[in-house]
Design a protein around this ligand. Structure first.
Ligand code: GLA
Length: 387
């Protein structure tokens, strides 16, 4: 190569190289900001009127990654949650219905907020400051999930919220003194938010004017392969709990916390939900004692879908989590798009205090007094399994 040619060659190669480096730097810079340019949004649609004539809306929250959650102010219900799987394939991971009418008909708390006290209160009775209260019985001899008309069946007031990194709705409800037998006017606020980190965040707040038990939770049935797409028995589950609240066949705790070690309840290492489910009569419906009692936000569960690679992690400030594997689903609930929900087609991970706490002096108290605030934060975070 002559000197001139060599100069020419180096000049051009250098320019090309520089352009290449710049191009890579620019594109990789862009890739580091997920969803840049896309904006978060909140859409409000008419969801019809309840049988009692109350107007109900459906809110669609969209984050910068185009992840969507739909929530109605009837029952504070999450109706739809499409989450990306492998190759970006979206699947709606929560069980539910297409219409308000179906949510008003009896169903097993699909996607709802349950309260004033989620889970069971034995015989629907408890004594507080020397007074015995009698609650509505709606689960055989027991009180379950707030009674006959719990928070899952009321219309909440809704307000849209937009923040720098999340969109949400704030739902408020005043549960009147004496409702379902509970003492005190309880003012409840639930803030559902969808963050740009693909988290569904639920912030609970309640205050009262008389002492009352409070135990709020969220009752979505998840299937990370998609609602109606088979059972959840092959999902891999982790729950970092050493003990669980022992309960009788009516799911009323004895007050004893037993070790999970050497039992089918041990999910401290990832295990298929179905691996040992046959050893558990009916399936899982157990309250795990999380290893956090200090009220700080802690890791509470992780679930991984084997086929789609979708992962859901749960973080909570609550001391317990109920694992329920849709044992009572029997195909009688026809869900969204006509899909039928059979036994074990969904799992619930309900962050909460232990069942029947008002009657169990050894359990952390769920009594809220005037001047105090009930606060609870739970996060369901969605991602894809890393290979
Ligand atoms: C909870 C309970 C279950 C069942 C379902 C709803 O998870 O623990 O026993 O009542 O709700 O059917």
């Amino acid at each position: 190569m002559s000197l001139k040619n060599r100069e020419y060659f180096f000049k051009h190669v250098l320019v090309l190289l520089l352009c290449g480096v710049l191009a890579v730097a620019c594109t990789s810079g862009k890739e580091e900001i997920p969803g840049e340019g896309k904006s978060m949004s909140i859409k409000k649609e008419d969801f019809g009127k309840t049988g009692a004539g109350e107007k109900v809306d459906l809110y669609t929250l969209t984050n910068r990654n185009n992840m969507v959650v739909k929530i109605t102010n009837y029952g504070a219900i999450v109706t739809s949650l499409p989450v990306p799987g492998k190759e970006g394939k979206l699947a709606d991971v929560v069980l539910g219905f297409d219409t308000l009418k179906e949510y008003e008909a009896p169903h097993p708390y699909f996607g709802a907020i349950v309260g004033r006290v989620g889970n069971r209160i034995a015989k629907g009775k408890f004594t507080l400051d020397g007074v015995t209260y009698t609650l509505a019985l709606n689960n055989g001899n027991h009180h379950l999930h707030g009674g006959i008309k719990g928070f899952d069946k009321v219309v909440w007031k809704a307000e849209e919220i937009k923040k720098e990194n999340e969109v949400g709705i704030k739902l408020s409800y005043l549960s009147k003194d004496g409702e379902e037998g509970y003492p005190g006017n309880l003012a409840v606020t639930i803030v559902y938010s969808l963050t740009n980190d693909n988290e569904l965040k639920i912030n609970y707040l309640a205050t009262t004017d008389k002492p009352t038990p409070v135990n709020l939770t969220h009752h979505s049935y998840f299937n990370l392969e998609g609602a109606g797409e088979g059972d959840v028995l092959e999902h891999l589950l982790t729950i970092p709990a050493d003990t669980f609240a022992q309960a009788d066949e009516e799911l009323i705790p004895s007050g004893e916390l037993l070790p999970v070690e050497n039992t089918p309840l041990d999910f401290r290492r990832p295990a298929g939900i179905g691996n040992r489910i046959k050893e558990v009569p009916g399936g899982y419906d157990h309250n795990y004692v999380l290893n956090n009692t200090g009220g700080s936000l802690c890791f509470a569960a992780r679930v991984e879908a084997p086929r789609s690679g979708r992962v859901m992690e749960v973080f909570t400030t609550e001391p317990g989590i109920q694992l329920y594997t849709g044992n009572f689903l029997d195909g009688s609930n026809k869900g969204k798009g006509g899909k039928v929900y059979h036994k074990h087609y969904g799992f619930c991970l309900e962050t909460q205090h232990y069942p029947d706490s008002p009657n169990q002096p050894g359990f952390p108290s769920i009594i809220l007094r005037p001047g105090q605030e009930y606060r609870h934060l739970t996060i369901y975070k969605f991602s894809l399994k890393k290979n």
